[in-house]
Design a protein around this ligand. Structure first.
Ligand SMILES: NC(=O)c1ccc[n+]([C@@H]2O[C@H](COP(=O)([O-])OP(=O)(O)OC[C@H]3O[C@@H](n4cnc5c(N)ncnc54)[C@H](OP(=O)(O)O)[C@@H]3O)[C@@H](O)[C@H]2O)c1
Length: 237
């Protein structure tokens, strides 16, 4: 297949939890630019609606929904609404997370996956962190967060082993430092120390995650599963 076609997401449907802000928003934009229809869900529905309005400019349809990923019935509602509107779910980005210093949310995956299993194809992208790859400096007290992100990485590997049989690729992205609502305060307080630990000498920018999300969401990654793609400017090298 032509390589541009491999990355093309025209007509695909992607659910992105926490897709209205920060890294979720950036990945949503990347998928929209490649032609995907989107479902954005987060607790603050109004932010999803505002993001949807902007993302629709790329030509795809965008559904904005209120959702708390800690509540299974809320996930059911998102799946039902997505299936009703689009009739399929191709890509799921588990991006929603809580603030630094607390464990990230874990998603109840069953509901999403039922749809993907019946399609016999699907892409799950879990948002981990470089914090889940190794220990951090004593000045960063985030052991709960790091442990949960380490959990996301092994969860990704194990689910990839289990669900290859359904032709569902399960991968993770481990971002380094990106300024967002979640990380701004920590970055502000530790800017110089953090930068000194990043070989590329800068924090992640507004386009730096797009390629990783498009790759792992598209046919270009059909033989990649159980992988954690690190996007950190070399921080963990
Ligand atoms: N920024 C970084 O440097 C960095 C580095 C590595 C990994 N990460 C990971 O990247 C992901 C996104 O974080 P971010 O930096 O982009 O932070 P962010 O801008 O604060 O985004 C987090 C998003 O998750 C949503 N959310 C939180 N709890 C939720 C819940 N229970 N149900 C539904 N949605 C929920 C929030 O929306 P509502 O408040 O409206 O629900 C928000 O849109 C997280 O998993 C984070 O751990 C970030």
């Amino acid at each position: 297949m032509d390589v541009k076609k491999l990355f093309d997401l025209s007509g695909r449907v992607a659910i992105i939890s926490g897709g209205a802000t920060g890294l979720g928003r950036q990945m949503a934009e990347g998928l929209a630019e490649m032609g995907a229809n989107l479902v954005l869900c987060a607790r603050k529905k109004e932010r999803c609606l505002a993001a949807a309005e902007e993302l629709q400019k790329h030509g795809g349809q965008v559904l904005a929904l209120g959702c708390d990923v800690k509540v299974p019935s809320s996930i059911h509602e998102v799946v039902d609404a997505a299936a009703k509107k689009f009739g399929r779910i191709d890509i799921l980005i588990n991006n929603a997370g809580t603030s630094w210093g607390a464990p990230a949310e874990t998603m109840t995956l069953d509901q999403w996956n039922k749809v993907m299993i019946s399609q016999r194809r699907g892409k799950i992208i879990n948002i981990a962190s470089v914090a889940g790859l190794r220990g951090s400096s004593p000045t960063l007290s985030a052991i709960g967060y790091s442990s949960s992100k380490g959990g996301v990485i092994i969860f990704t590997k194990d689910l990839a082993c289990k669900w290859g049989v359904h032709n569902i690729q399960v991968n993770a992205i481990a971002p380094g430092w990106f300024p967002t609502d979640m990380s701004d305060k920590v970055i502000e307080r530790n800017r110089e120390v953090l930068l000194a630990g990043i070989p590329l000498g800068r924090f992640g920018g507004p386009d730096d995650l797009k390629g990783a999300a498009v790759f792992l969401g598209s046919d270009a990654s059909d033989f990649v599963t159980g992988h954690t793609l690190v996007v950190d400017g070399g921080q963990s090298a």
